[in-house]
Design a protein around this ligand. Structure first.
Ligand code: NDP
Length: 251
């Protein structure tokens, strides 16, 4: 946990970083924070109006001009990912980082009643879409001098918990996938791959999962940004295949 990490103002200067789910919650905060530290951020998400709001906030703060990439992992095809790679190649020629942050919670329900269609949908958005997108973007990551791929995990991905269904299984798969990719890429590229568990954070998803909780008691997305910055910048070079937490463990 790097909650006390102090990022230099120019930590991400000149870097091109893709953030998925950049229209809301933690992804929006990460996009703004990366731009504030000099990155050109590619804002990916399913609701264009929300991506535009993030875009406007970056511009208003004087950050490098971002790019908007509307994409819904639910219906996206391999062709969409390859078209995306082509567009990014033409525009930037490389990719210095990906923050895989977009996710669906699905529904907290006993497995006996879990709707199979919802299960498929959650697996598509949380793991299958992101891995095929990553495959399509590998050549662009390889073209960077140093690239950092960060997958977002969750405590229920580390140990299964009742009622969390496909969400928990998708997060466990995320941890395993990033470890295997890190292992494959070690010594053959400048790409590092890690997972980051944000911990309880004040967002819409958390509110949906814990409706009775007082959100004021939770850290905000802005407050957990130090670890997000550390993992995306050069200070985390040499770390790959590891699991990180953005908040200290609850005492
Ligand atoms: P939010 O629900 O606030 O934001 C999720 C983002 O993902 C939204 O921007 C959403 O788009 C986007 N998204 C959802 N479905 C799709 C899709 N089909 N295609 C493209 N984009 C999509 O969640 P959080 O900010 O809380 O969560 C961010 C990450 O952190 C997730 O991976 C989550 O699992 C993880 N996490 C969060 C915790 C917390 O306490 N908040 C705890 C542990 C893990 P739109 O805005 O259009 O809906």
């Amino acid at each position: 946990c790097k909650i006390d990490y102090q990022a230099r103002p120019d930590l991400l200067a000149g870097r091109v970083i893709l953030v998925t789910g950049a229209g809301d919650g933690i992804g929006r905060a990460a996009a703004l924070s990366y731009a504030r530290h000099g990155a050109t951020v590619i804002l990916l998400g399913r609701t264009t109006a929300k991506l535009e709001a993030t875009y406007d906030a970056i511009e208003a703060a004087g950050g490098p001009q971002p790019a908007i990439f509307p994409l819904n992992f639910e219906g996206a095809t391999l062709k969409d990912y390859h078209d995306m790679a082509e567009t990014l190649d033409k525009e930037f020629g490389r990719l210095d980082g990906i923050l895989h942050n977009a996710s669906l919670l699905g529904r907290l329900t006993p497995f006996e009643q879990y709707d199979p269609a919802l299960w498929e949908q959650v697996m598509q958005v949380n793991i299958n879409g992101p891995i095929w997108m990553t495959q399509a973007l590998l050549p662009l990551l390889k073209a960077a001098d140093d690239a950092s791929v960060v997958f977002t995990s969750s405590s229920v991905g580390r140990k299964g918990r009742a009622f969390w269904g496909a969400y928990a299984v998708s997060k466990a798969a995320t941890e395993n996938f990033s470890e295997l990719l890190a292992d494959e890429l070690e010594n053959v590229s400048n790409i590092r791959v890690n997972t980051l568990n944000p911990g309880a954070t004040r967002t819409q998803m958390r509110k949906t999962a814990y409706p009775a909780e007082d959100p004021q008691k939770l850290r905000t997305p802005d407050e957990i940004m130090p670890t997000y910055l550390w993992l995306m910048g050069l200070d985390s070079q040499g770390h790959s295949g590891e699991r990180f937490d953005a908040q200290p463990p609850k005492s």
